[in-house]
Write a protein that binds this ligand. Structure first.
Ligand code: BV8
Length: 255
């Protein structure tokens, strides 16, 4: 699969450059498992999204070129679903960590939902994009887009019709803010991975980068992910129980 750059896309993060720490002491990576108990499907579990639809049909640039209506419908349905779900105890505990920790924390999520920001997290990077944004293929604008997208929706900035796509990083495209994430991983002292199967790169390799840099690495998941052997410690169970427990026990003065 050829890799395409998202260079036109200015920012993939929520916090914006002023808020995002460059050398945080703690980096947290989240995946679909953290939003499961809020009611959003994971991807690779038995009841996951990729067991219902094929990646090749909805989550590649080629799928969008071939059948934009099908791809827009897939993301319209997932965007609409956000109105019915709420942040859970794990999202809230991470937002509290950001407020409580005297140093800096960076939250990197593979999730395209908005539950971290609704829980109150600010130093947040959506490395795979955001459901509630659209990107214009003509002018590169990244627009807030809370409702449905259609193949002929006009761009709010350049007014061209039919140039908007979901602001989602599809397979074969380069994830957002990679330089910033790489620097953070190389300088953090604690790396925590939550609710991800460790299947999709480059996110699956973050534990290795952080570990090489000397960080303590912790996996929190329902069951061991693909990279389980790379972590120093692991806590298995549902995120709404294990994440608040882990963070409550964490000695913030020792990081
Ligand atoms: C890139 C779209 C280069 C958005 C997503 C071979 C051929 C072709 C390509 C490749 C190849 N090998 C590697 C690649 C690259 C490819 C890749 O990794 N493919 C894999 C599948 C082999 N990667 C890419 O193409 C990426 N781009 O590599 O560019 C590059 C990179 C850097 C610098 C320069 C160049 C682009 C990847 C982006 C793909 N986009 N989705 C959407 O529609 O949502 S990825 C998709 O998987 C999801 O979006 C999600 O973000 C991501 C990760 O999934 P998880 O979050 O881990 O979810 P999963 O279901 O797998 O796991 C859930 C976990 O939760 C489970 O472990 C479960 O046990 C746990 N769980 C469940 N319930 C709970 C729980 N845990 C706690 N509590 C619970 N209650």
């Amino acid at each position: 699969m050829p890799v395409k750059s998202n260079a036109q896309s200015p920012v993939g993060s929520t916090g914006g450059p002023g808020i995002l720490p460059e050398r945080p002491a703690i980096v947290v990576l989240t995946g679909a498992g953290i939003s499961k108990e809020s009611g959003l499907a994971t991807f690779r579990d038995a009841d996951g999204t990729w067991n219902r639809v094929r990646i090749e049909d909805v989550a590649t640039p080629e799928a969008f070129e071939t059948d934009p209506l099908m791809v827009q419908s897939f993301y319209n349905a997932r965007r609409a679903q956000l109105a019915d779900v709420h942040p859970n105890a794990a999202h809230i505990a991470l937002a509290e960590l950001e407020r409580r920790f005297p140093g800096e924390v960076l939250l990197v999520t593979q999730n395209v939902d908005d539950l971290h920001e609704r829980a109150g997290s600010r130093a947040l990077i959506h490395m795979h994009g955001e459901l509630k944004k659209a990107r214009c293929l003509n002018c590169g604008a990244v627009l807030s887009w809370p409702g449905d997208l259609t193949p002929d929706s006009p761009c709010d900035r350049c007014r061209r019709l039919g140039q908007l796509r979901p602001h989602i990083v599809w397979f074969g495209e380069v994830p957002l803010e990679m330089d910033r994430i790489q620097t953070a991983l190389e300088h953090c002292r604690l790396f925590v991975s939550i609710g991800t199967s460790g299947t999709v790169y480059p996110a699956a390799g973050f534990v290795w980068t952080a570990g090489q840099a000397g960080a303590r690495t912790v996996e929190i998941n329902l069951e061991p992910g693909n990279g389980a052997s790379l972590f120093d410690e692991a806590f298995y169970g549902p995120a709404t129980r294990v994440v608040p427990e882990f963070l409550a026990r964490l000695d913030l003065t020792a990081i």
